[in-house]
Write a protein that binds this ligand. Sequence first.
Ligand SMILES: [Zn+2]
Length: 258
Amino acid sequence: MAKQTQPVGNKRVLAVFGHPDDAEQFCGGTLALLAKEGFKVTILALTSGECGSQQLPAEEIVAIRAKEAEEAAKKIGAKYRCLGIRDGCVSYNLGTAQKIVAVIREIDPLIILTHPTADYMTDHAHAGQLVLWAVPESRHSNFPAPIKAPALEAQPFVYHTDPQGLIGPDGQIVRVNTIVNISSVIEQKLEAFSAHESQMSFLEKKGKGAVEKTRRWAIIRGQQVRIEYGEGLCQQLLEEYPRRNILAEILGEKVFTL
Ligand SMILES: [Zn+2]
């Protein structure tokens, strides 16, 4: 299919992640910066986050997390939505790809941010893979999806975030091709991430110190380009994906293309 240039003036961003707190943790800074540039930012969590508690029944923790996620999204100028798949059960299957195509066609985003295709949690890895399934199909009018919105005319720009801990399957810090300087919004990002209150106590109990750990990742990515805090992203550059680093065009000197 011929590449179509994105029309000027598309100011919509979609963040597709596995769990309700992932978007803030992995790219909350970038999303906050885009919101400040006037972008309409939508966070789509694939799962409702049932596994975020060992004590509460599923329905209770889901209700708590939905509220927290809405508040957290607000703090970075985003709107929160959820596909409602059971936590831990994101499969690489047609039905889920179709649901994601429907959301992509409805929103018609300029940019999609998602997980990398390899991460320690299958929900994350499958989310990254499902986005790569859904993006080209969102442009094919004969690919069936549960929505009346027409197929997209232009291919969105796709960026994968860092995996958990920045670590790939070989135990090394993964390579990225883009680092966003989030120093001006680091506290906003961490405050938004902390708004997932139920998860803070849950993750702290597991001895992970979630907020400080997230700050540490930002320091490591920042050091790579000699800034205080950075978010690592890997722009998807497979054939048919647009090659311009659109984030650099929007955010200027805040973006380092490696
Ligand atoms: Zn997650």
